[in-house]
Design a protein around this ligand. Structure first.
Ligand code: CP3
Length: 661
C-alpha cells in the first residue's frame, strides 16, 4: 500500500481499453477516482478487404507506385497481408515497385523490412510537401497514367488523393484498420463531456491511438475545440514517447511522461506530480505552483491565463532532436550565442551594466531574440546568468570588468549555510521570468526558448570560492570534511533551483539547460558522491514534457556517471570525441556538442572541416544537437558564427540524403 495517497479526491480519466481494470486499480490505490472511458477495440486483421485487394494487384505487378502515409499503417498493412501470403513474397513484390514514404515513421517501417524507397519527402511531411516532391522528381517517379496506391491509416487524405488524380494518376486507396472505436462509446462520451465541463483533473493515455479516437468522438459531439482548450486545465499524462508525440500533434501539451514507459510508473509519477501540475495549469500566475510537493488548490479558474509557451511545439527541429525524433537537418545553437562577440550587444553594454541588462526584461529579451535571428540558430537561450540565484540567496554579486564575477559573502561554515534563505524565485528572480515571457512573445513561434540554471555543484563551488578558482581547494575541503553540511548546502541549492527552473518553464521556456561548468575538477568517485545525487534530484523534479540538457565540461573521465543524472540530453565539451561519447552516454539519450570554441577563430574552410568531422561522429543518428564544447569566445568574428550555423544546416541535410538512399 502507498503511504500517502496523492491522487485523493482527483477525478482521473482512463482511456485504456484492454487493461482498464488494472489501471483503475492502480489509480484507486493512489486514492484517485477512476473514470473508465475505453477508447478502442481491436479489429481482426482479416477485416481489411482493401488491403487484400491491394495485395492481389501488388503480386500481379499491377501497382506502379506506393505512397506510405504512416509507420503504424505500413506495419499493419504488412501484418494483414502476412495472414494470407508469406512475408518474403510481399517484401519481394514491394522491392519491385516505387515507394514514396511521407516521413520518418514509414521510412523506419520500410527499413525494418529492408525495402528501399524512391524519394524522401522533406519536413513537415504533409501532403503538400509530398506532392511538391513528386512534381520536382518526375524523372524519377512518374505518376501520370500510372497506378498509385495510397496507404491510409485511420483517416483518409482527400487533398492528397485529389492532387494525385489532378496529376493524371490512377489512385487506389488502401485504408487499413487495426483499431476501431469500442462498440459502446457512451462512457467515452461521458468522460469527454466531463473534461469539457471542467470536472476531470487528470487524463491518462496509454497508447497513441487513444488521443485520435478521443478527438474522433469529440468531433461527433461538436466538442473538438472546447475539448482541446479544456485539456489545458487537466493534467495530461502519457505512458511513453510515441503516445506523447501523438498527443502533441493534436496541439495538446504533455505534462507527465514516466521514465519507464509502463502503466505502473505512469500512475505513480502522475500521483507524485499531479497536484503541482494542476496548480500551475490552473493558476499559472502563482509562482509557488512550481513547488512539486505543494498541495495544490482544487478550485477551478477557467479564466486563468495560459502559459506563454506555444501549445504545439511539434514542428521545432531543436525540440524534436531533444526527444530523439528524426529531423531533416541537425539543429544548432551555441552557448553564449548572445554576448560580447556581438556588436549589438557591446553597444548596449557601453551604456548599461551586465546585471542591469539581466534585470531589464526588454533588453534581455531583445538581446536573446536578436542573437538568434542574426546567426540563424534553431533555438534561443534567455539572456541571463547562472549566478543571479546567488544574489537571490543574499550573498551579493558583482561583475567587474576583466575579473568576471565575484561573490561578496562566501559560504565557509555551518552558520553561513544555515543562513541561506528559502527563496521565492517569483519575487527575487521574477525579472528572469518576465524576460522569458517577453522573449517568447517576440521569437518566431517555431524557435524554442531555452531557460537555464547552474548545476548544484557548480553553484556551490561559486558560493564557496567567491569567484573563479584554479584548484577548488575550499570546495573540496568543505565537501570532504563535513558531509552533512555539504548535503544541507546542496539541498538548499536544489530546492531553490527546482522552483527557479520550473518557473522558467512555466513562463515559456520550452527546454532547460543545467550548466555544470566546474564539475570537471572532480574525480569520478567525488562526482558520484558529492554532485550526482543532487543533479539527479533537480532533474527529476523538472516538470515533465520539458527536455533537460545537462551540460558539463571536463566530464570525460566520468561521462557514464554524468549521464545517469536523468537528463534527456547530455551536453559534452570538445575534449571528448562525440561518437565515442554518445556510445558511452547511451543512444537512449540525445547529445549536444561539441565543437572547440577556438575553431571559430580559424578560417571558414577549417570550420567546415571540423563541422564535417562532428557530423560524421553523430552519423545522422536522431538526437544530435550541434553546439560548441563551451561558450563562444568574446573575440570570435560574427561572420564565422553565421558560417558555422549555415554549414551545420547544409552538411547535415546532405548527410541525411546519403543516409536514406
Ligand atoms: O547566450 C547565452 O548563452 C545566454 C547567456 C549566458 C550568460 N552566462 C551571459 C553572460 C549564459 C547561458 C551564461 C551561463 C554562465 N554564466 C555560466 C555557465 C556557462 C559557462 O560558461 O560555463 C557561467 C560559469 C557563468 C558565470 C559567468 N558569467 C562568468 C564566469 C562570467 C564572466 C566571464 C565571461 O565569460 O564574461 C559571466 C559574465 C557573463 N555572462 C557575460 C555574459 C554575456 C559577460 C558580461 C559582460 O558583458 O561583461
Amino acid at each position: 500500500m502507498t503511504k500517502t495517497q496523492k491522487l485523493t479526491g482527483l477525478n482521473v480519466a482512463i482511456f485504456e481499453s484492454r487493461l482498464s481494470k488494472t489501471m483503475a486499480d492502480l489509480v484507486s490505490l493512489q486514492g484517485g477516482i477512476p473514470f473508465l472511458a475505453p477508447s478502442m477495440k481491436e479489429v481482426p486483421l482479416e477485416n481489411n478487404p482493401a488491403a487484400f485487394r491491394f495485395a492481389e494487384k501488388l503480386l500481379k505487378q499491377e501497382i506502379d507506385v506506393l505512397i506510405l502515409l504512416t509507420g503504424v499503417g505500413t506495419r499493419t498493412l504488412v501484418s494483414v497481408l502476412e495472414t494470407r501470403t508469406p512475408k518474403q513474397e510481399i517484401v519481394e513484390a514491394l522491392k519491385k515497385i516505387q515507394i514514396v514514404p511521407r516521413g520518418p515513421k514509414p521510412i523506419k517501417a520500410l527499413n525494418e523490412l529492408s525495402v528501399s524507397y524512391a524519394l524522401a519527402v522533406p519536413e513537415p511531411n504533409t501532403w503538400r510537401e509530398l506532392l511538391k516532391t513528386l512534381d520536382g522528381n518526375r524523372d524519377k517517379v512518374a505518376v501520370k497514367d500510372r497506378v498509385v496506391a495510397v496507404q491510409e491509416y485511420g483517416i483518409s487524405n482527400p487533398e492528397l488523393v485529389a492532387g494525385l488524380e489532378a496529376r493524371g494518376a490512377k489512385v487506389l486507396r488502401v485504408p487499413v484498420y487495426r483499431w476501431a472505436l469500442p462498440d459502446d462509446i457512451g462512457p467515452l462520451k461521458a468522460v469527454i463531456q466531463k473534461i469539457v465541463d471542467g470536472k476531470m483533473d487528470v487524463a491518462l493515455f496509454t497508447t497513441a491511438v487513444q488521443i485520435d479516437h478521443v478527438f474522433q468522438v469529440a468531433r461527433q459531439m461538436c466538442l473538438e475545440v472546447p475539448l482541446k482548450e479544456a485539456f489545458g486545465r487537466v493534467v495530461v499524462a502519457s505512458v511513453g514517447p510515441d503516445t506523447s508525440e501523438a498527443i502533441r500533434s493534436c496541439g495538446i501539451a504533455v505534462d507527465i511522461q514516466p521514465v519507464t514507459p509502463k502503466m505502473g510508473p505512469l500512475v505513480v509519477e502522475t500521483a507524485e506530480r499531479a497536484r503541482a501540475v494542476l496548480e500551475s495549469k490552473r493558476h499559472p500566475e502563482r509562482s509557488e505552483a512550481c513547488l512539486p510537493d505543494r498541495q495544490g488548490s482544487q478550485h477551478r479558474d477557467s479564466s486563468a491565463p495560459q502559459s506563454a509557451a506555444p501549445q504545439n511545439d511539434g514542428d521545432s527541429v531543436f525540440l524534436k532532436a531533444c526527444r530523439r525524433e528524426k529531423t531533416s537537418f541537425t539543429p544548432v545553437w551555441l552557448m553564449r550565442q548572445a554576448g560580447r562577440y556581438m556588436k549589438d550587444y557591446r553597444l548596449i553594454r557601453d551604456r548599461v551594466s551586465f546585471l542591469e541588462i539581466c534585470r531589464n526584461k526588454d533588453l534581455a529579451a531583445e538581446i536573446t531574440v536578436k542573437a538568434q535571428e542574426k546567426i540563424g540558430a534553431d533555438a534561443a537561450i534567455i539572456f541571463s546568468d547562472i549566478l543571479l540565484i546567488v544574489e537571490a540567496f543574499g550573498l551579493g554579486l558583482e561583475f567587474t570588468k576583466g575579473d568576471g564575477p565575484s561573490i561578496q559573502r562566501t559560504i565557509r561554515n555551518a552558520k553561513d549555510v544555515e543562513a541561506i534563505p528559502e527563496i521565492n524565485p517569483a519575487e527575487s528572480l521574477g525579472y528572469v521570468f518576465q524576460a522569458i515571457r517577453q522573449a517568447r512573445k517576440t521569437l518566431r513561434p517555431d524557435i524554442p526558448l531555452i531557460g537555464f540554471a547552474g548545476a548544484p555543484f557548480t553553484l556551490a563551488s561559486y558560493m564557496i570560492e567567491g569567484g573563479a578558482s584554479k584548484d577548488f581547494a575550499r570546495t573540496k575541503n568543505l565537501m570532504a570534511s563535513d558531509e552533512n553540511l555539504w548535503k544541507l548546502l546542496m539541498q538548499k541549492i536544489v530546492r531553490a533551483s527546482i522552483k527557479y527552473l520550473n518557473g522558467q518553464a512555466e513562463a515559456g521556456a520550452q527546454a532547460v539547460q543545467i550548466f555544470d561548468s566546474w564539475v570537471g575538477c572532480l574525480t569520478a568517485a567525488q562526482y558520484e558522491k558529492y554532485a550526482l545525487p543532487y543533479s539527479k534530484e533537480l532533474i527529476r523534479e523538472i516538470r515533465a514534457g520539458t527536455p533537460v540538457i545537462y551540460f558539463g565540461t571536463g566530464t570525460g573521465p566520468f561521462l557514464e556517471k554524468f549521464s545517469e543524472a536523468g537528463a534527456s540530453v547530455i551536453g559534452v565539451d570538445h575534449k571528448v570525441e562525440l561518437g565515442a561519447a554518445w556510445r558511452r552516454i547511451g543512444y537512449d539519450k540525445a547529445i549536444q556538442g561539441n565543437l572547440d570554441p577556438s575553431v571559430l577563430l580559424k578560417p571558414v574552410d577549417e570550420i567546415t572541416e571540423a563541422v564535417k568531422k562532428i557530423l560524421g561522429y553523430a552519423a545522422g543518428r536522431a538526437g544530435h544537437i550541434f553546439n560548441l564544447g563551451h561558450g563562444v569566445l568574446p573575440e570570435t568574428p560574427l561572420e564565422n558564427v553565421i558560417a558555422l550555423v549555415d554549414r551545420v544546416h547544409e552538411l547535415s541535410r546532405k548527410n541525411s540524403g546519403k543516409q536514406v538512399k
